[in-house]
Design a protein around this ligand. Structure first.
Ligand SMILES: NC(=O)c1ccc[n+]([C@@H]2O[C@H](COP(=O)([O-])OP(=O)(O)OC[C@H]3O[C@@H](n4cnc5c(N)ncnc54)[C@H](O)[C@@H]3O)[C@@H](O)[C@H]2O)c1
Length: 264
């Protein structure tokens, strides 16, 4: 129960990795606000987890919606200590397109949700945390695409590069208020709406060194650590949770195999 007495807002918390973070932070004793545009999934998750978890319909790309979110969070729980910027325009038509075919509409929506949404939520959070006077934590959901490109995901990868630059910039500007800002970098993570590596004809074990896709709970574990006081001296950096993808040059299926049997 590392987060007893704390309140966390998780954007995009109704599904996938965000829902995993909601479950984990609630299990650590936090009050949790799910901020999402998926009313069905958001209200169902809040109802399942009890009165310490509420759902507030929020479009992170609209500043007024974000301001209303924080006002409702303070009304319900008295303060906000942790913000997880997880909402993204992802797993939707238009996200995956070769650069030659990439549309204005996808570009605008991607930047509106992934970057402008992160800016609005973080600024409203930081101003509130400054007034509260007890520090705070902001965690940005990045992607391996921030530093190594997916094929056909120009806008998404550009936004995630921006997320990591923003993480460093906010960390420096807010350090004097003891507001810590870090990024978590998931690898290919199995989610209901996903179309990632797991749906390709190649099995994850041929691509990922720890031979499986990630689970939302794997990512949530890093988020819970960064949100806790165990991470009190960590800011401006990133934790990669990707089964070793970031470390490898070539996929397991391409590299020379190794027979472990002599060592077992
Ligand atoms: N799944 C992966 O393999 C993977 C890998 C790397 C990074 N990520 C990142 O993890 C995060 C979560 O992705 P996921 O795979 O769980 O996706 P998901 O689609 O399951 O969840 C995204 C959530 O964001 C919500 N959302 C979308 N637009 C919103 C808006 N304008 N305002 C509020 N909420 C909005 C959706 O309704 C949804 O609940 C994203 O930032 C994504 O880029 C995912």
């Amino acid at each position: 129960m590392q987060l007893s007495g704390k309140t966390a807002i998780i954007t995009g918390g109704a599904n996938g990795i965000g829902a995993g973070c909601v479950r984990r932070l609630a299990s650590e004793g936090a009050n949790v606000v799910i901020a999402d545009i998926d009313d069905g999934a958001g209200t169902a998750l809040a109802a399942e987890l009890g009165e310490s978890v509420i759902y507030v319909r929020t479009d992170v790309a609209q500043r007024r919606s974000v301001e209303a979110l924080f006002a409702q969070a303070v009304d319900a729980f008295g303060a906000v200590d942790v913000l997880v910027n997880n909402a993204a325009f992802v797993h939707k038509p238009g996200v995956i397109a070769n650069f030659l075919d990439y549309s204005d509409e996808s570009w605008r929506r991607t930047l509106d949700v992934n970057l402008t949404g992160m800016f609005y939520c973080s600024q409203v959070a930081a101003r509130l945390m400054a007034k509260q006077g007890r520090g705070g934590v902001i965690i940005n959901m990045s992607s391996g695409g921030a530093s190594r490109a997916h094929r056909h995901m120009f806008g998404y990868d550009t936004s995630k590069g921006g997320i990591e630059a923003a993480t460093r910039a906010m960390a420096l500007d807010l350090a004097g208020l003891n507001i810590r800002v870090n990024a978590v970098v998931p690898g290919s993570t199995r989610v209901d709406q996903g179309t990632a590596v797991g749906d390709a004809p190649i099995p994850p074990a041929d691509v990922i060194p720890l031979p499986r896709q990630g689970r939302p709970s794997d990512i949530a574990a890093a988020v819970a650590f960064l949100a806790s006081d165990d991470a009190a001296y960590i800011t401006g950096t990133r934790i990669v949770v990707d089964g070793g993808m970031d470390a490898q040059l070539r996929s397991p299926a391409v590299d020379y195999g190794y027979d472990f049997s002599d060592h077992l």
